[in-house]
Design a protein around this ligand. Structure first.
Ligand SMILES: Nc1ncnc2c1ncn2[C@@H]1O[C@H](COP(=O)(O)OP(=O)(O)OP(=O)(O)O)[C@@H](O)[C@H]1O
Length: 261
C-alpha cells in the first residue's frame, strides 16, 4: 500500500535543477534508503518529500493528499524529520529537547502520558543517563541521539491521532560510534516491523544493503535506479553512480551482518 508519492517532482534553485522530474512511490511499513554521491540531491529530495520545501514543479502526495494542503499540526502527527544538522540556541536540557517532540501535538495527552512517551524515547535512543545535561555540552554523536529521541517522541505523541506515520532520517548515523549506529538502525528496523515507514539518507552502502527493503539511487538530481538492494547495488551500478572502480563485485560484510547472522 502506497503511503507517499513524488509526482513529476522538480526543484529549481538559482536556475539550477537540484531535483529533476522525479516519480517515486513509498510503501507503508518499508524502510527505503536514498543513496548517491555528495551533492546528488538526497537532502533536497528528503526536504521535498517531508513537506519542508515546496517543489518548483510536481507534487508530493501523502496518504492521498497533497502534502502542502495538510494542516501543520496534522502533518506533525504524520511524519517526523531528523535532519542532517540541527542547531538549538537556547540552553535546553536533553529532557526538554526531547519533550519538544511531544509539545504541541501531545496537547490532548495527559501530562503523565507525555512524560512516559519522552522517557521511553530517551531509553530507545540510549540517552536516559544524559537527560539533565545541557544540550550544547554534548558531543556530536550524543546530540544526534537526542534528535533521534525527539523524533521518536513526536511519532509516539502523534500516534494517538495518526496511525500511518513516516520517519525521515538524513544521515542519522554520521556521528555515531559502531554500537550506537547498530542500536539506532535496530530501533528503526523494529519500528518498521510495527508498521512505520522509514525513508533514510545513508552513505554506507553495506548497511543499506543489509537493512533496506528498497533503495533509491540518485545522481545529479535524478533517480538512476530504484528497487531491491540486490537490484540496485550491482558492481556496474555502484561504479556508474559513484564514479569509482571496484576490485571485487561484492560489498564487504557489514557489522550488521555480523550481529544478525
Ligand atoms: N541553498 C542552496 N543554495 C545553493 N545550492 C544549494 C542549496 N542547497 C543545496 N544546494 C546544492 O544542491 C545540490 C544538492 O544538495 P543536497 O544537499 O541535496 O545533496 P546531498 O546529496 O544531500 O549531498 P551530501 O551527500 O553531500 O549531503 C548540491 O550541489 C548543493 O550544493
Amino acid at each position: 500500500m502506497i503511503i507517499l508519492e513524488a509526482q513529476n517532482l522538480s526543484y529549481v534553485l538559482h536556475r539550477k535543477k537540484l531535483i529533476d522530474d522525479i516519480n517515486i512511490a513509498f510503501n507503508e511499513g518499508e524502510l527505503t534508503t536514498i543513496i548517491g554521491p555528495n551533492g546528488a540531491g538526497k537532502s533536497t529530495l528528503t526536504r521535498l518529500l517531508c513537506g519542508e520545501l515546496r517543489p518548483t514543479h510536481g507534487s508530493v502526495v501523502l496518504n492521498g493528499h497533497n502534502i502542502h494542503t495538510i494542516a501543520p499540526w496534522r502533518l506533525a502527527c504524520m511524519r517526523a524529520v531528523m535532519p542532517q544538522a540541527s542547531q538549538i540556541i537556547f540552553p535546553f536540557s536533553v529532557s526538554e529537547v526531547v519533550s519538544l517532540g511531544v509539545a504541541g501535538i501531545g496537547k490532548n495527552l495527559s501530562k503523565e502520558k507525555r512524560r512516559q512517551i519522552a522517557s521511553y524515547s530517551l531509553e530507545q535512543a540510549d540517552i536516559s543517563h544524559l537527560k539533565d545535561r545541557v544540550y550544547q555540552t554534548l558531543s556530536g554523536g550524543e546530540k544526534q541521539r537526542v534528535h533521534f529521541a525527539r523524533v521518536l517522541a513526536q511519532l509516539g505523541a502523534g500516534q494517538s491521532l495518526e496511525t500511518k506515520q513516516i520517519l525521515f532520517l538524513d544521515e542519522p548515523i554520521a556521528s555515531l560510534d559502531l554500537k550506537h549506529q547498530l542500536q539506532l538502525l535496530n530501533e528503526t528496523k523494529k519500528l518498521t516491523e510495527k508498521g512505520l515507514t522509514v525513508i533514510a539518507v545513508l552513505h554506507d552502502l553495506q548497511l543499506s544493503a543489509d537493512i533496506a527493503d528498497r533503495i533509491i539511487a540518485l545522481s545529479h538530481g535524478k533517480v538512476i535506479c530504484s528497487g531491491l538492494p540486490s537490484e540496485v547495488l550491482t558492481q556496474q551500478r555502484i561504479e556508474d553512480i559513484f564514479e569509482v572502480s571496484l576490485v571485487s563485485g561484492n560489498l564487504p560484510p557489514s557489522p550488521w551482518q555480523a550481529l544478525h547472522s
